[in-house]
Design a binder for this molecule. Structure first.
Ligand SMILES: [Fe+2]
Length: 269
């Protein structure tokens, strides 16, 4: 009963504010797995072996490769090593996703890590206010933002609560050209082990990081594969996360004509 009212409160917040934080939904084990994968893939990139921190190895990597390449490389490894799948299968995470989007889910598997390095000003990395619908995310999708390496004093995101009610905000060169004069903004308060769930219409931006170490986070797009595609999904790669009984039956029957006895020998005694 308590659980139910908590869910209602969070879904109400998603409805009203365009986001909510699903607290303590990712186990320490998964976070450690993800951090370990990032660190060992950084070491692979720089062809080194050491026991230094993820932040230290990232700095070394940045001397050899550009940030965009590193972000993409590390995320591809996280997807291919199935860590994102494991994270989305965490009991509480999957339960909420099914509740929000239904039992037929897929996730975008060619996105990249978001690394926030102190002093970087490039607006590709330190994003101005934006809505994910600008980049082709379908209106019915849900965005997840997972903090991976977030120490005390590191920055997160700034969000405009209720901005998902404004529709598609006029924009140019990755920032809004017009915003209501009066609006509220919040500094996202989140800890490692929790995730942010957000509407693709919710305006948010990167808060510059002044911590000496870089902050690592992973944005993940989730959609129901039966919902109409209204974005750029046809150009992207999605992997199935969960299938309903009906989807499993479709798969078993094997084609859209539901041809009879396709794999069954009816003369077998
Ligand atoms: Fe974003």
């Amino acid at each position: 009963m308590i659980q139910k009212s908590m869910e209602n409160k969070q879904f109400k917040q998603l409805e009203n504010d365009g986001y909510f934080v699903l607290k303590n939904s990712v186990s320490n084990k998964i976070i450690k797995l993800i951090q370990k994968s990032i660190n060992s893939n950084l070491l692979d990139l720089i062809k080194k072996k050491n026991k230094k921190s993820l932040a230290y190895n990232f700095e070394l990597c940045l001397k050899k490769f550009n940030q965009h390449y590193i972000q993409k490389y590390l995320a591809t490894k996280l997807f291919n090593e199935n860590h994102i799948q494991k994270l989305l299968n965490e009991k509480k995470v999957l339960k909420y996703l099914v509740e929000l989007l239904g039992p037929d889910l897929e996730y975008l598997s060619n996105s990249e890590l978001a690394i926030n390095v102190s002093g970087v000003k490039d607006k590709y990395f330190v994003k101005k206010y934006h809505q994910e619908v600008w980049s082709g995310v379908s209106p019915a999708s849900i965005l997840i933002w997972l903090p991976i390496y977030l120490k005390k004093g590191m920055s997160t995101l700034e969000i405009i609560p209720g901005s998902h009610h404004w529709g598609v905000i006029p924009n140019m060169n990755r920032e809004p050209t017009k915003l209501p004069k009066k609006h509220k903004k919040i500094n996202l308060n989140i800890n490692t082990g929790s995730i942010l769930l957000m509407s693709p219409f919710t305006l948010h931006k990167t808060i510059p990081n002044f911590h000496k170490e870089p902050r690592f986070a992973m944005p993940i797009t989730i959609r129901n594969f039966y919902y109409p595609q209204k974005g750029n999904e046809d150009l992207w790669e999605f992997r199935k996360l969960k299938e309903s009984v009906y989807s499993k039956l479709r798969k078993k029957l094997g084609n859209n004509l539901f041809t009879p006895y396709r794999t069954i020998d009816i003369n077998q005694k």
